[in-house]
Design a protein around this ligand. Structure first.
Ligand SMILES: Cc1cc2nc3c(=O)[nH]c(=O)nc-3n(C[C@H](O)[C@H](O)[C@H](O)COP(=O)(O)OP(=O)(O)OC[C@H]3O[C@@H](n4cnc5c(N)ncnc54)[C@H](O)[C@@H]3O)c2cc1C
Length: 459
């Protein structure tokens, strides 16, 4: 969607200026442009204004003004979401939460910290590390993705096999609901069965029910020893089987990442380097394990002699592990360097994963031989990221083909990125009418005027 944004009512903007300060209400298109397009460049909108509150009270005033003047808002954190949920595709006003960047002291007794919605994942991780602890979620967009966005999308990432997704780290939240009411439960009580868990309801709500302003987060104890292995395998089936085997046989598995062979070749061209294991394998598995003792011997033993293994590179020290990880993390950049990427993040039952990957490749090749396909993801969770470069940004044919294959095989159309606007048409194929009706009822109760992300999820 491109064009000119509808004007926001002058009274709304005047109210915002007095709530957050003139400097933090941006209306100059040169200043608002970067807030209106997503990381991929596929989702591009326009906005009459970007409002940048600095406290929960200011967020509350902005939501109250939006209700009064019937102005639609899009909450935005680091703008790294990949499903068009955080950009103003229908001319909404953007509420950017970057200024809510306070980080409380790490509570070493509880193993928790309170973080503002605008704190980046990298800042949170560094803060935890300074106290000898770690945050349980990590993902490639760590330098920009924020706590608020990660709660709102229930972000997953590379350590879900070990620590669970974002909702498993969230002990409490503070948020401004669509009604304008502020809910705050940041005491960090691990046991708290006092009715509906609003913090968990906001996890994965994609900014449609409330604007998260802070979260109380669980921290984890990092293992003293870490080791990684990059394994080249005959095919995706062998990689899925090895992922299951190392999980059974090696304690402390922290990450299990899949890359298919043709995708890794695209990355090799992008990095202009040869992979650290034999190129030409059908699939690659990146495994990381941690523990009190060096996990490398157990990892090597589990990989050695496993069916379908072609070649293996192992790494103990931080720099060597980072070199192996670069091959996994460069997938998103390598695709983006070739053009606008259609990003489809899906989950399949483990047994269906290899067949799905093969079908995606052959269906795309038949329909569009010049398209480039990268298949990679968090195989420990059955999660594959299908990245297709070639079709125009507004061409949804391939999205439909891929999501159709997922539904046929009993998978989920969104593993960790959410529904956003990109997959709204598909929600009813994945969730039952009664489930969608229940979601709509919750939306109507917490955002009765539909001011929060009206075009996202059930919008
Ligand atoms: C290179 C790369 C790698 C990635 N890897 C992963 C991965 O491994 N796992 C994964 O899960 N995701 C991944 N992502 C996607 C993205 O980083 C996550 O979805 C992240 O949680 C988004 O955070 P954000 O602050 O950028 O949110 P935004 O993109 O700003 O917003 C995302 C959604 O949350 C809403 N929102 C934002 N802030 C708030 C708030 N304070 N209150 C309420 N709603 C809010 C927005 O309206 C939107 O619907 C990746 C993205 C990139 C670019």
């Amino acid at each position: 969607v491109t064009g000119t944004a509808p004007a926001a009512p002058a009274a709304f903007l005047a109210g915002c200026r007095s709530a957050v300060g003139d400097r933090h209400v941006l209306v100059d298109p040169d200043l608002t442009a970067s807030y209106a397009v997503d990381w991929t460049g596929r989702w591009r909108g326009t906005t009459p204004a970007v409002v940048r509150p600095a406290s929960t009270a200011e967020v509350g005033e902005v939501v109250a003004l939006a209700r009064r003047h019937r102005v639609a808002l899009v909450p935005q954190g680091g703008n790294t979401g990949l499903v068009g949920g955080g950009v103003p595709l229908a001319g909404e006003v953007v509420v950017s939460l970057g200024r809510l960047a306070a980080l409380g002291d790490v509570d070493r007794v509880a193993g928790q910290v309170t973080a503002g919605a605008g704190v980046t994942l990298a800042a949170l991780a560094a803060h935890a590390a300074a106290a000898g602890l770690a945050f349980g979620v990590d993902l490639g967009a760590r330098d920009s993705a924020t706590v608020g966005g990660m709660v709102a999308t229930n972000a997953g990432g590379i350590h879900v096999v070990r620590h669970g997704a974002m909702r498993a780290q969230v002990v409490g939240v503070e948020a401004v609901l669509g009604t304008g009411a502020v809910v705050s439960r940041l005491a960090g009580l691990v046991k708290d069965n006092t009715g509906y868990d609003l913090a968990q309801l906001l996890c994965g709500s994609e900014g449609t029910l409330g604007i998260v302003t802070a979260a109380r987060l669980r921290l984890v104890v990092p293992p003293p020893e870490l080791a990684a292995a990059l394994v080249g395998l005959r095919d995706v089936d062998a990689a899925v089987a090895l992922a299951a085997a190392v999980r059974r046989e090696v304690a402390g598995i922290a990450a299990l990442e899949l890359m298919d062979g043709p995708g890794l070749e695209v990355v090799a061209r992008y990095l202009d380097a040869a992979p650290p294991v034999a190129s030409g394998a059908g699939a690659y598995l990146l495994v990381e394990a941690g523990g009190a003792d060096d996990p490398l011997p157990a990892l090597a033993a589990a990989i050695e002699g496993a069916p379908g293994v072609v070649d293996t590179a192992v790494a103990g020290g931080r720099a060597d592990r980072a070199r192996l990880w670069r091959w996994r993390e460069a997938h998103s950049e390598a695709g983006g360097a070739l053009g606008v990427v259609h990003k489809l993040d899906v989950t399949l039952p483990g047994a269906a994963l290899a067949g799905f990957c093969a079908d995606v490749r052959s269906r795309v090749a038949a329909a569009r031989p010049d398209a480039v396909v990268l298949l990679f993801g968090h195989v420990g969770d059955g999660n594959v990221h299908v990245n297709v470069v070639g079709p125009p940004a507004d061409d949804e044919e391939f999205d439909d083909v891929v999501l159709g294959l997922v539904v046929e095989r009993g998978g989920s159309i969104s593993a960790e990125h959410g529904i956003g606007t990109a997959k709204r048409r598909w929600l009813a194929r994945d969730r039952s009418p009664d489930e969608v009706a229940a979601m709509r009822a919750i939306k109507a109760a917490l955002d009765p005027d539909g001011v929060l992300n009206p075009a996202v999820l059930v919008g």
